[in-house]
Design a protein around this ligand. Structure first.
Ligand code: UP5
Ligand code: MG
Length: 190
């Protein structure tokens, strides 16, 4: 059909790797709309929706919310934004998320921005964040790390095999990481 599909970039990386921080920088410089799947799920809890309690329990355990819930929230946010280019932050988190998003939206990402960061550094960042997130305690952090290694890294590997991963060393300062991110978003002169 003649309808133009939006441009989507998946922003992936472990808990606390700096996805949200860097997405805010990209929005400012490159005109994307930032959609954090985690933020959308937390807003859904706050709104008192019928799924709220289920989502809250899953986040507390570091588990991945069923994809139909997350995909619906993403689609709604995309429609409401009026934009046609999106940073989807923290999704897809497992193979099922990835396949369902593709099947439902028929959208494939232009590329995957992957923040590579050692676990000790991610843990340090999360524990000093102090934003009152219910999953920012050491017990849940450990669970989030395990889910990331077992379920989310395979998604990065899938896109790696398609040549779609742009990997950034996320252990550096916010400014240094953004320099690397900027280079990825800036069209190269031939
Ligand atoms: N900080 C950032 N960059 C820094 C740097 N370079 N140097 C030093 N400090 C830096 O950053 C984390 C902290 O570090 C901040 O204090 C920041 O100032 C500092 P942030 O940018 O927030 O990192 P981010 O990668 O966004 O970390 P976040 O905790 O949000 O990642 P998660 O992937 O764990 O969280 P998310 O919100 O995506 O998901 C939460 C839960 O929701 C999941 O565990 C899961 O239960 C559920 N979920 C789903 O079920 N499905 C989904 O699709 C998405 C989420
Ligand atoms: Mg985040």
């Amino acid at each position: 059909d003649a309808e133009k599909k939006p441009a989507v970039i998946f922003v992936l990386g472990g808990p606390g790797s700096g996805k949200g921080t860097q997405c805010a920088n990209v929005v400012e410089h490159f005109g994307y709309t930032h959609l954090s799947a985690g933020d959308l799920l937390r807003a859904e809890i706050k709104s008192g929706s019928e799924n709220g309690t289920m989502i809250q329990n899953m986040i507390k355990e570091g588990k991945i919310v069923p994809s139909e819930v997350t995909i619906k929230l993403l689609q709604k946010a995309m429609q409401e934004s009026g934009n046609d280019k999106f940073l989807i932050d923290g999704f897809p988190r497992n193979e099922e998320n990835r396949a369902a998003f593709e099947a439902v939206t028929k959208i494939e990402p232009a590329f995957v921005l992957f923040f590579d960061c050692p676990e000790e550094e991610m843990e340090r960042r999360i524990l000093s964040r102090n934003q009152g997130r219910e999953d920012d305690n050491i017990e849940t952090i450990r669970k989030r790390f395990n889910v990331f290694l077992e379920s989310s890294l395979p998604v990065v590997e899938y896109y790696e095999s398609k040549g779609k991963v742009r990997k950034v060393d996320a252990a550096k300062s916010v400014e240094e990481v953004f320099e690397a991110v900027k280079a990825i978003f800036t069209p190269k002169e031939e």
